[in-house]
Design a protein around this ligand. Structure first.
Ligand code: NAD
Ligand code: ZN
Length: 263
């Protein structure tokens, strides 16, 4: 059998979206690389530059030096969250919502870019929290990352809670840390109820997050994977597009619009 062209694959994805009743979009770090945020496992991923062991919860809470390295890394990467903008792929997902073709986005990302692109807050399930907030692990008080950044600019190295002196930690789930209960349950429920699951920019190897597309598959949903690299579910996919998410998703959405007769 001859290989399908990219055009044919995009047409298939657009058909699946046009005919679906409940679409769940599942995203990982790969949807945000075109916004300038490095992924972990790609060729320019973070793991080629830093030690993943610094990102375990246990290390962060027990080792002051590891905390200092993490805050400095954030500054070095220029992760001033307010300056980072969504890319074509995030906007395409937001367009799907405007067309009534999005039940929810389940994301492993901590960058808030789906919401910034226009997907309503209540449709974004953040499995791994959000780096734009920093939280005291003792009393739970939250600060915006922008505020924390000002402290770092002023020379602070390890950050302490102003209220109780506790350790401040980005409000994202670290390795070895439990996933948020409400978000996980909601993601499981929505995954099992969708009839189409579109995976964008995830290697599908980080568990338990990667279970969500599997729940969708087990419940009979069609699976589309758009990822510029191998994933753990390639063989289960109904359509698999190996390419950059931004361009592919904008072409897909353009096709869906013409099929549904909206502009
Ligand atoms: P991953 O790093 O394991 O995989 C990302 C995948 O995306 C890779 O297979 C890569 O080849 C692919 N990719 C990269 N650029 C792409 C593009 N432009 N278009 C399509 N595909 C592209 O990421 P993951 O599976 O999401 O797991 C990493 C974990 O790290 C997640 O749990 C997430 O919480 C966290 N993380 C989040 C961010 C963020 O919030 N933006 C960034 C880095 C890591
Ligand atoms: Zn505190």
């Amino acid at each position: 059998m001859s290989e399908k062209t990219r055009e044919e694959l995009i047409e298939e994805v657009a058909d699946l979206i046009a005919n679906a009743k409940r679409v769940m979009v599942f995203t990982g770090a790969g949807i945000s690389t075109e916004s300038g945020i490095p992924d972990f496992r790609g060729p320019d991923g973070l793991w080629t530059k830093v030690d993943p062991n610094d990102f375990t919860y246990q290390k962060f809470v027990s080792d002051k030096e590891a905390r200092k390295r993490l805050w400095q890394l954030n500054r070095y990467m220029g992760l001033t969250w307010k300056d980072i903008e969504p890319n074509l792929a995030h906007y395409a997902v937001a367009e799907m919502d405007k067309m009534g073709k999005l039940d929810c986005v389940i994301t492993q990302n901590v960058d808030g870019l789906h919401q910034k692109a226009g997907v309503p807050d209540d449709k974004v399930i953040q499995l791994h929290g959000n780096m734009q907030w920093v939280k005291c692990i003792d009393c739970g008080v939250r600060h915006s990352y922008e505020e924390v950044e000002r402290w770092l600019e002023a020379g602070a190295e390890d950050l302490e809670c102003v209220q109780c002196g506790g350790i401040l930690k980005p409000d994202a789930v670290f390795f070895g840390e439990a996933m948020p209960v409400h978000e996980t349950m909601e993601a499981e429920r929505r995954s099992s109820q969708c009839d189409l699951c579109i995976v964008i920019g995830s290697s599908l190897v980080v568990y338990p997050a990667a279970l969500m597309p599997q729940y969708a598959l087990q419940s009979g949903a069609k699976i589309v994977i758009i990822n510029d690299g191998e994933t753990g579910m390639d063989r289960a996919a109904d359509v698999r597009i190996w390419d950059k998410a931004g361009e592919v998703m904008s072409e897909v959405v353009k096709k869906v619009k013409s099929k549904l007769g909206v502009d």
